[in-house]
Design a binder for this molecule. Structure first.
Ligand SMILES: [Cu+2]
Length: 185
């Protein structure tokens, strides 16, 4: 959980590309044995971090990105400078019916037909999750309508073209600071 300066990401990405190209054949050979031995290839990569611009009266913001952890990891926290927002949370989108339900685990007979109109098909609500699993070999996408980083109590509106730092806290890997670009939502 050491700190990483914000300039590191771009350098790391460039380096990774070169390494990957040069060692692609040995890497494939290793993969055929089901083992990835090259430590530098295990580095987590974060692509295209961006945030929606926020209207003047809105106090919450959302940030998105794609995260790949070749060796597998877990995102366990996100922090944002106080000059941007009070704090940040990891959120997921779930069907409203699921979020509201009182743990009625799929017992069909208990479904009362015509009882009420709470079954809003398609309605989604967001809720906080304490961690986001990053399975090995997969790219986890944070995007509108899915997982996202919620910025709570914005200090000021997020303006198009501005950038801010987000620190990603991983269970295994070192913290990573990414520069988030504000774009039109
Ligand atoms: Cu949210």
């Amino acid at each position: 959980m050491g700190s990483v300066t914000s300039g590191t990401l771009g350098v790391r990405r460039t380096t990774k590309f070169v390494v990957k190209t040069r060692f692609i054949l040995p890497a494939l050979a290793l993969l055929s044995f089901g083992a990835a031995a090259c430590g530098s290839d295990d580095a987590i990569t974060v692509n295209d971090p961006w945030a929606r611009s926020s209207p003047a009266m809105v106090t919450m913001g959302a940030a998105y990105m794609q995260i790949a952890a070749p060796a597998g990891d877990t995102l366990i926290g996100v922090t944002v400078p106080a000059s941007i927002a009070d704090h940040a949370e990891i959120h997921e989108m779930v069907p409203a019916a699921e979020a509201d339900s009182s743990m009625d685990m799929g017992d069909d007979s208990s479904m009362e037909i015509g009882d009420h109109s709470s079954m809003d098909m398609g309605a989604m609500v967001m809720q906080q999750i304490m961690s986001l699993d990053l399975p090995a070999g997969e790219t986890v996408e944070l995007k509108p309508g899915g997982y996202h980083v919620m910025l709570i109590d914005l200090a000021s509106p997020l303006e198009i073209g501005s950038t801010f730092d987000l620190t990603l806290d991983f269970e295994t890997a070192d913290d990573m600071v990414v520069s988030v670009e504000v774009r039109e939502g």
